[in-house]
Design a protein around this ligand. Sequence first.
Ligand code: MRU
Length: 346
Amino acid sequence: MVRELRTLYWKGSRLYLIDQKALPHRLRYVALSDYRQVAKAIKDMTVRGAPAIGVVAAYGLALAALSAKGKDPQKVLERLQKAADVLRSTRPTAVNLFWAIERVMARAEAAARNGEDIAGAVLEEAHAIAEEDVKVNRAIGMHGAQLIKDGARVMTYCNAGALATVSYGTALGVIRAAVEQGKRVFVYVPETRPKLQGARLTSFELKTEGIEHKVIPDNTAAFLMSKGEVDLVVVGADRILASSGHVINKIGTLSLAIAANHFNVPFYVAAPISTIDFRRTLSEVRIEERDEREVLEVMGRRIAPKGARAINYAFDVTPPNLVKGIITEKGIFAPTELYRLQPQGS
Ligand code: MRU
């Protein structure tokens, strides 16, 4: 059952991850025992999705701390600092990565000050972040499900499901919660070029869960809306700016939001508070650009002529006026009132 599908787990001093590159054809876990392997898994998208990469980075720090166990606390902190730099350099856009690293590093420094076992404290913090993620997703689902009527036709984008988190998912969590309430829901799944997270991962989750859906080419979304066949759009986010309400999410989200607004289809974003950036403004955010080959090839097979070049931004920016609401674990907010959610002391 997808409800129990866990993207990652910790066992015997190792981190186990579903290899998302192998899905949907093979469901297999890879075992990682070194933080550098974790950094590579984030970079090559063995694991992806904003909340998931935050949790995985936290466990990467646990692996780094364990490898320095027994050493002088200062040395352990130095090893952690180095690992944190490597993990931060993997993917620049999703804020959860930086949020989780900062949280774990603060815990490690507090443990060092108090003479506690640093590796134990770091691992405990990683476990806490992972368990909170599941609870938070269920709360997002509960708040968001009220927006979905019985018989609704919902469009999502990319993969904001169990695989993008520890379990359950954000945007797909909303759909899942509505289905659990007994509502009939039909889901449109844009394939999400170039990495095909929709066709490969979201469809895999929905199929396993028995939720009715169809995969569509990305360029079909506006046409379906123009025909009145979409009741609601709900997507995830990689970073939402509290300063302005801009939503940064998978490339193509902006086109969906523009089309949805044009055809009066409500456009919602589901995301945990850990995805809200309370510090930076838009000009300070780096939008990841990935290898051109991801566009010039499909699943490793060249489709463009030799010598052709490509543009490959991984994310785009949707302005707040196109977003009807942000569904969080604390309720649904207008994109411009997110500052109200700022945790104390941050
Ligand atoms: O490049 P990816 O696959 O990591 O991008 C993921 C997305 O854009 C998701 O929509 C987003 O992280 C929300 S996941 C709950």
